[in-house]
Design a protein around this ligand. Structure first.
Ligand code: DX5
Ligand code: ZN
Length: 226
């Protein structure tokens, strides 16, 4: 059976209090911290870089002191140099958009050589055929269910079909690859995303938009367990 992971996106957190926000959302039950890196080039928005990741890593700890994985989602072009900088800054997973890398196979190798798990991200209208040639090198696949660049957008339904197809490819590979979905996930649709085959769920505005993060995360887990 699949183990579900909830990965709050700090894109929707209070940027003036990021360390507190990371600690609070972990205290509320977050499994991973999703870290959205935007460069005002690949996407029309600008967020934070490796120095902020490095500053937050000491806050990404569970109550027992265990590290909470930092899931870096690179929306940047080019990929490799920043991926290496994020590996040094304490990232655990680093994912990139294949259309932003000149050499996808090399970017995956760069990330893994730096000691991180490597992921590929597919936009709502992007084909997934590249996966066939690198599935042996991928640790995570991230399905965008919004166009990247902003939090708070609504879920694009075709992402469910894409998730179903990716679940089949991953299962057929026999490899241990996480299948993550990002964008517009709420309490009322997370179950459909899981039924399509996802095991890892990014949620920004749904969690940080509520006063009590634990209530939302508990409701999401209940929906997944139902
Ligand atoms: C969008 C980001 C998402 C975003 C999700 O480019 O990749 O991670 O923060 O935010 P919500 O959950 O509000 O759609
Ligand atoms: Zn993201």
């Amino acid at each position: 059976s699949r183990t579900f992971r909830i990965a709050p996106s700090i894109l929707s957190a209070d940027f003036a209090r990021l360390g507190d926000e990371v600690r609070n959302v972990i205290g509320a039950g977050a499994d991973w911290i999703h870290f959205d890196v935007m460069d005002n080039h690949y996407v029309p928005n600008l967020t934070f870089g490796p120095m902020v990741c490095e500053a937050l890593r000491k806050h990404a700890l569970a109550a027992d002191g265990a590290r909470v994985p930092i899931d870096v989602h690179l929306m940047v072009q080019p990929v490799d140099a920043l991926a290496q900088a994020f590996a040094k800054a304490g990232a655990d997973y680093i994912s990139f958009h294949p259309d932003a890398s000149a050499h996808v196979d090399r970017s995956l190798q760069v990330i893994q050589a730096a000691g991180c798990k490597a992921g590929l991200v597919f936009n709502p209208a992007s084909p997934i055929d590249v996966l066939e040639w690198v599935i042996d090198k991928v640790d995570l696949v991230l399905v965008m269910s919004v166009n990247p660049g902003f939090g708070g957008q609504s879920f694009i339904d075709s992402a469910l079909r894409k998730t179903e197809r990716l679940r089949k490819l991953i299962d057929a590979s026999g490899r241990d690859i996480r299948l993550e979905v990002d964008g517009g996930i709420k309490v009322d649709n997370i179950r459909r995303v899981a039924d399509a085959g996802a095991d890892t769920f990014v949620a920004g505005s749904a969690i940080f938009g509520q006063a009590d993060y634990r209530v939302v995360i508990d409701q999401m887990r209940a929906a997944l367990a139902a």
